[in-house]
Design a protein around this ligand. Structure first.
Ligand SMILES: Nc1ncnc2c1ncn2[C@@H]1O[C@H](COP(=O)(O)OP(=O)(O)OP(=O)(O)O)[C@@H](O)[C@H]1O
Length: 776
């Protein structure tokens, strides 16, 4: 027997280390059991915390329960307004609870304030929680328990005080009943020993009992929050989660009692006899005063003795208890059904009845309490219906005796009242176990897993699992075959083990977080370096742009110089007559071609630089390269080669007309040099500019559109533009330069400095064909 089991037998408390809570209380037992399993060389360890007691002798009540004194007030100091049902209902014909074991010779008496007068001393006990509430009033015969001057509550039969267990240092409940036992002392002691042996986290522990001075005293575990009935009233209506939690605990207690051999039947299950420790939500069955380990025998005995017809509280009594045909532990399940009804509705069952006779009629006629109709949830209704339904054995017996046909028999069997354990396993209350990973080696191959059944008081299985050689299916099957795991959880536990195996394959949460952090950092740094690269490219590109612009300026200057040289040459031509021969034309031609080739070579160099540094497809550099290499060279090559041959071919007869044409040309040039007035439309100006720069009309229209989109409608608007405005227009550098030059050229007109291309273009476009002067 394990350490805890020995403690149980001795009726001792859990050790201090166990911290009183029942979960802790049962932990050492679990451990011991698992070690036993290991000794059996199984790889799993089964931890049973609630073991059945071996064949306990029949348990019988050893306390007297006097007839209820209708006049006795319910003076529970905690809930003065919620009288116990046995106090609120005055039954004419049925005593609330009756016992076969004791005669009813004495009743408690009260003073005018409802205070109990202890019969043996007639001493008035102060119920108030006065300053001397901690004062020791009396001690137990063995001196272990000391009753304090603090009343915990008073029921129809008991007065309960706070007391101290001086051996263990715990507070306990000191229950007193005014009674005179009719049983032999030997029987009394025997039954007290049995009550002491009843140990379960959901049953109030019974520590000791004695009889002295016409009073029966027993010491039990102290519960901090009163009865479940009082507590339900406090919560107004507990939610379904709480109801389930309470139900589970009550049923576990019942399953434990009913698991005794023979079964211990409580016989007075009701919310008044279920106590609660509110701080931990612990619920425990108390008041085992009516409990009986051999109810069938007892009830047979009682029916022959015909002393009492009813045992229990009418509202909670199963029909078979009324009928005196014998009953078994299923009467507690019926009573539990009524408790569940009360928990779920907050109403006392059969509250519609005025007396016990009415209840009796209804119960025996199979009429259910009114409040059952108010249950909405079908799962709750299903459980209550089953609890209040017919009990199996009685029906089988009666059916056999009446030879009912087999189909009816089977149908009835399927609806018979479930056992406490069956209700616990019913889907309404069943809680699927957890599977947890206790340990894993670094390779995630050797794992230690544990199946934990919630509540800790049932079963927990620990086992080794090799991820390489085992499969979840096989291991679970094996444990079920070994009856270590219940069959019904096969699917769930297999699924959970597989989930753990899958999770192990995945990186841990911190690893995942690390990965995310790293990838974010990588993305950030990638973006940052891309940005840096782009910035660097931009700087290079803008450097090149400036360089190219400078080259353009230089080229322009060179072009202007070439032009002035050309003009000079033309002037000399005119001065020296028309019949120029020999080296002069060559000289002139050389001058022109020198200028042209200088510009051209610059342009070509520029072009090659621009294309070398331009990123592929760059819109910036391509036009500049074109300007530099294409247009300027084209302009020069157009001018000099065309005009020089003309000059060479001027005949003497044409010298006069040359003079005329020179005048004409001067006139034309001066016309061209006339400044565009501010109100000249952008359309006219840009078309001229396009022509002057050898751009086709499509290009001109494109420029016009862009300018007009910026609200630049006239030459005046253009003149108002600042450098940054020009940059914002969105035209290519060439187009901007062409437009600017056109404007600049006009301004320079007064100084007779005109960009070559404009002059030639204007001349070409506006000179009448009849002028005969070098018109192309
Ligand atoms: N173990 C306990 N811990 C704390 N308080 C208790 C305990 N047992 C009883 N009480 C208090 O004493 C009151 C009376 O107890 P109880 O209801 O068991 O008496 P009773 O005479 O059996 O009443 P009834 O038969 O009408 O239910 C309870 O309402 C509760 O407040």
């Amino acid at each position: 027997m394990s350490e805890i089991s020995n403690q149980e037998q001795q009726g001792e408390y859990p050790s201090e280390d166990d911290n009183v809570g029942f979960n802790n209380y049962f932990a050492p037992l679990s451990k011991t059991y698992s070690e036993n399993q290991l000794l059996q060389q199984k790889r799993y360890r089964s931890m049973m915390s609630a073991q059945k007691q071996d064949h306990e002798p029949p348990l019988r009540v050893s306390i007297q329960e006097p007839n209820k004194n209708p006049g006795s007030p319910n003076s529970n100091p905690y809930t003065p307004s919620t009288a116990t049902p046995s106090s609120t209902h005055t039954y004419q014909n049925y005593p609330t609870r009756l016992s076969s074991s004791f005669s009813n010779t004495q009743q408690p008496t009260y003073d005018q304030y409802g205070r109990l007068i202890m019969s043996q001393t007639n001493e008035v006990i102060d119920h108030s929680r006065s300053h001397d509430a901690e004062k020791v009033v009396e001690v137990s015969p063995n001196e272990r328990f000391a009753r304090l001057n603090a009343l915990l509550g008073k029921g129809a039969y008991k007065v309960v005080y706070k007391a101290i267990d001086r051996e263990e240092g715990y507070e306990v409940a000191w229950n007193t009943i005014q009674a005179m036992p009719s049983l032999e002392n030997q029987d009394l002691e025997h039954e007290i020993e049995i009550l002491k042996s009843v140990r379960h986290p959901n049953i109030i522990a019974f520590h000791d009992a004695w009889y002295s001075n016409n009073e029966f005293v027993f010491v039990t575990e102290l519960m901090t929050s009163g009865t479940l009935r009082e507590y339900i009233r406090k919560l107004s209506l507990p939610n379904i989660k709480i109801v389930k939690r309470w139900s589970r605990q009550i049923l576990k207690g019942l399953a434990y009692l009913h698991g005794h051999e023979p079964a211990i039947i409580h016989r007075d299950i009701k919310c008044d006899n279920i106590f609660i420790n509110g701080a931990h939500g612990e619920v425990k069955i108390g008041d085992l005063g009516s409990a009986d380990a051999n109810a069938v025998e007892r009830s047979t005995f009682m029916s022959t003795a015909k002393r009492y017809t009813v045992i229990g509280t009418p509202e909670f009594m199963a029909p078979e208890m009324y009928e005196e045909q014998g009953y078994n532990e299923k009467v507690d399940i019926y009573a539990f059904g009524m408790c569940l009804l009360e928990m779920a509705t907050g109403e006392y069952p059969y509250g519609e009845c005025r007396n016990a006779a009415q209840i009796y009629k209804k119960v025996t006629a199979g009429i259910k309490p009114e409040c059952l109709k108010r249950i909405q949830k079908s799962e709750v209704l299903g459980v209550i219906d089953n609890c209040l339904g017919p009990e199996e054995e009685r029906f089988v017996t009666s059916m056999i005796s009446e030879i009912v046909d087999l189909v009816d028999y089977l149908t009835t069997l399927s609806t018979c009242r479930m056992s406490a354990q069956e209700i616990l396993e019913h889907s309404f209350l069943a809680v699927e176990p957890d599977v947890v990973l206790l340990a894993a080696d670094p390779t995630h191959v050797n794992l230690t897993l544990q199946v934990v059944f919630k509540g800790m008081d049932k079963l927990s299985v620990k086992f080794e699992f090799n991820a390489e050689t085992d499969t979840a299916e096989e291991v679970v099957r094996e444990m079920i075959d070994e009856q270590v795991l219940p069959d019904r959880y096969q699917h769930h536990i297999t699924k959970e083990i597989n989930r753990i195996l899958r999770d192990l394959d995945k990186p841990s949460e911190s690893e995942q977080a690390d990965q995310v952090r790293r990838s974010v950092w990588r993305r950030e740094s990638d973006i940052r370096s891309e940005l840096e690269d782009a910035r660097h490219d931009l700087e290079i590109a803008s450097d090149h742009l400036h360089e190219i612009e400078k080259r353009c300026e230089t080229l322009e200057i060179q072009a202007l110089q070439s032009e002035s040289k050309y003009r000079e040459a033309m002037k000399q031509l005119r001065e020296h007559g028309i019949a120029l021969q020999g080296p002069q034309p060559n000289h002139i031609g050389r001058a022109g071609s020198v200028a042209s080739s200088a510009v051209q070579s610059d342009a070509e160099e520029l072009h090659s630089q621009a294309s070398a540094h331009s990123p592929p497809g760059s819109p910036l550099h391509q036009p500049i390269a074109q300007i530099a290499s294409g247009h300027l060279t084209a302009e020069l090559s157009q001018v000099t080669p065309e005009l020089i041959p003309k000059a060479q071919t001027i005949s003497p007869s044409e010298q006069d007309s040359e003079k005329d044409s020179g005048a004409l040309r001067e006139a034309l040039v001066s016309r061209i040099l006339e400044e565009y007035s501010d109100d000249t439309t952008i359309d006219v100006f840009v078309r001229d500019c396009a022509v002057a720069t050898h751009r086709n009309m499509d290009k001109a229209l494109e420029w016009i559109k862009k300018l007009q989109n910026q609200d630049i409608m006239t030459v005046g608007d253009l003149r108002d533009l600042h450098d940054e405005d020009w940059a914002g227009i969105g035209l290519t550098v060439f187009a901007l330069r062409a437009l600017k030059n056109m404007l600049k050229g006009k301004k320079l007109a007064g100084q007779s400095v005109l960009p070559l291309n404009q002059a030639v273009a204007s001349h070409n476009s506006s000179a009448p064909s009849s002028a005969g002067v070098g018109s192309p």
